[in-house]
Ligand binder design. Structure first.
Ligand SMILES: [Mn+2]
Length: 342
């Protein structure tokens, strides 16, 4: 592993590079990837952004999004494989473990290019040649901003790039309300505003761009797919494959739904179960100081941030996942009660 400062000089004009990010890419994943692409383009590199699964509709306004190649699209796949063969650098943004790439992990592992990890998730795996990694950063977009500053290239941060960076910072901090919202986050945002970023317009593009189906889907989940377990201070939500079909659910439509569970007075954490063909996907959210990533990794093959994690359950039965929860929840009762009394 080498120091990231040695990397700057290697990013020379004409060099070919690929940027990739995690499955179900969120606003931080896409925002950081497009901002980094914009920066590398300014340095004269030839850069493509490739993703393991589709970009959700509320992110396609970002400058450069229309050029993103999706590995799940068979037409893009051939192009992606060729780009990976020719890339001198592969930038891995906003993920710390190869399994987050799903099907794209094999071609990325096999690619010979120098791997550069820029990320803020816990416990990064050892797959990179260079790391710019800080778990105290609220988002990868914040790290991209900091790295460009460290390299003395503040002038490269233009309004287009700033809009992408602001999107990731805004969403990964839960619109500046999560405990990861440091003074530095606000300092970065202040500088982005000075560079012309329209924060109000971006907030609307990201959050107020739902389809009618999406809003009705949310209503259905809140009305019929939410239980509150007072003894565990837990909001438990679930979404079946049938629900997703009925409401014509698109990529990104389940994003953020789990957070509603924390709006119940007394809730310390929320869990959302989503039925997928290959198993149940779990999303966990918690309030400080309850570490939901420990629960996710102990019982549901997952992990992530302290207050925002993911996991999986290998059978695709919602009932099965609920039974597993009923088994393990009593084991957490003392920790829940400890946190409740703080
Ligand atoms: Mn992130």
């Amino acid at each position: 592993m080498s120091s990231i400062s040695a990397l700057h000089a290697q990013l020379t004009s004409g060099t070919k590079a690929v940027i990739t990010t995690h499955f179900n890419p969120d606003s931080d994943a896409i925002g950081s990837s497009l901002a980094w692409q914009n920066y590398l383009n300014q340095l004269g590199l030839e850069v493509s952004v490739i993703v393991p699964s589709a970009v959700s509709a509320n992110l396609t306004w970002m400058p450069g999004a229309e050029q993103i190649l999706n590995f799940e699209d068979t037409l893009h796949r051939v192009q992606i494989e060729a780009l990976l063969k020719g890339a001198a650098f592969i930038f891995c943004l906003d993920f710390s473990g190869m399994q987050r790439l799903h099907g794209l992990s094999h071609p990325i592992k096999a690619a010979r290019g120098i791997k550069v990890v820029i990320d803020h998730h816990l416990n990064p795996e050892d797959f990179g040649d260079y790391y710019y990694h800080r778990i105290t950063a609220a988002s990868t977009c914040e790290l991209i901003f900091d790295l460009i500053q460290e390299w003395g290239d503040d002038a490269c941060i233009n309004e287009e790039m700033g809009s992408c960076l602001y999107s990731g910072i805004m969403t990964d901090t839960g619109s500046f309300r999560h405990p990861n919202t440091t003074a530095h986050v606000h300092e970065v945002v202040a500088q982005l505003i000075q560079k012309g970023v329209n924060t109000n317009a971006i907030h609307r593009k990201i959050f107020d761009s739902a389809s009618l189906d999406r809003l009705r889907f949310l209503g259905h989940v809140l009305a019929n797919r939410l239980d509150y377990l007072p003894e565990y201070h837990l909001s438990l939500m679930w979404i079946t494959e049938e629900d997703q079909k009925q409401y014509n659910s698109q990529a990104g439509d389940t994003e953020g739904i789990v957070n509603y569970g924390l709006q119940i007075a007394g809730a310390i954490w929320a869990i959302l179960l989503i039925q997928r063909p290959d198993g149940i996907k779990l999303s966990f959210r918690s309030i400080e100081p309850f570490a939901v990533n420990e629960f996710a990794s102990k019982y549901f093959e997952g992990g992530g941030h302290k207050n925002a994690s993911g996991g999986r359950f290998s059978s695709s039965s919602i009932e099965g996942a609920k039974e597993k929860l009923q088994e393990v929840l009593p084991l957490y009762l003392s920790e829940i009660n400890r946190v409740k009394n703080l």
